[in-house]
Design a binder for this molecule. Structure first.
Ligand SMILES: Cc1cc2nc3c(=O)[nH]c(=O)nc-3n(C[C@H](O)[C@H](O)[C@H](O)COP(=O)(O)O)c2cc1C
Length: 186
């Protein structure tokens, strides 16, 4: 069983969904997570856009990952400070987190927060976002990651709900949603 280090009320603690996406797949997953959880979403953008051509992009990604370079980012629309629960996602690049998300994670103090990692991939070299994010955020509690092929296709909602159900988050958010609906009716 997964034990949270800190008591969290998921009904009142609206999550933050933070994501980096190069070609849109991770963004689609992040937007669906936002819809299901009712959380807030913010997209990460590198200050210097990555090359359009794949060989150059791959070369740059490899270099940044090998040297643990954390690229400069454009200002993010949301600060993680008020959030207790954070969903953090990016594509799998060369078997790890894409550098813009690594940048965001290392530049923000996420001590005591609960992080749910997710990533998109194409079925190539596998990765372990739980391990990699735990290294970048040693004082956060990092939950088991969710991997999605491309953007999850027609099954995306089901894939996300199955993952959230394992954490008991779904149950609590559903209750929360019902309570809100009942209040609106009254
Ligand atoms: C530079 C680069 C490296 C990649 N490395 C991997 C990899 O190691 N394993 C994998 O399964 N997919 C890899 N991919 C594929 C992406 O993870 C996949 O296309 C993902 O769906 C892209 O998500 P996005 O549309 O949010 O950017 C790589 C893609 C790029 C551009």
């Amino acid at each position: 069983m997964y034990v949270f280090r800190k008591e969290i009320n998921f009904i009142t603690d609206r999550p933050l969904i933070v994501s980096y996406s190069y070609s849109g797949n991770t963004q689609r997953i992040a937007r669906e997570l936002q819809r299901i959880t009712g959380g807030d979403w913010c997209e990460i953008y590198p200050w210097q856009p990555y090359p359009m051509a794949f060989p150059e992009l791959l070369e740059q990604a490899k270099q940044e990952i090998q040297s643990r370079y954390h690229p400069r980012l454009l200002p993010c629309s949301k600060s993680p400070r008020p959030y207790q629960v954070i969903f953090a996602g990016s594509p799998n690049w060369c078997g790890t987190i894409a550098p813009p998300l690594a940048s965001w994670l290392s530049r923000n103090d996420l001590s005591g927060k609960v992080i749910f990692p997710f990533y998109s991939h194409c079925g190539g070299v596998s990765c372990d976002f739980k391990r990699d994010i735990s290294r970048l955020c040693p004082k956060a509690t990092v939950y088991q990651d969710l991997s999605v092929i491309d953007s999850g296709g027609d099954d995306l909602q089901e894939i996300l709900e199955r993952w959230l159900e394992k954490t008991d988050l779904m149950k609590q958010w559903n209750i929360s949603g019902r309570e809100k609906a009942d209040k609106l009716k009254a």
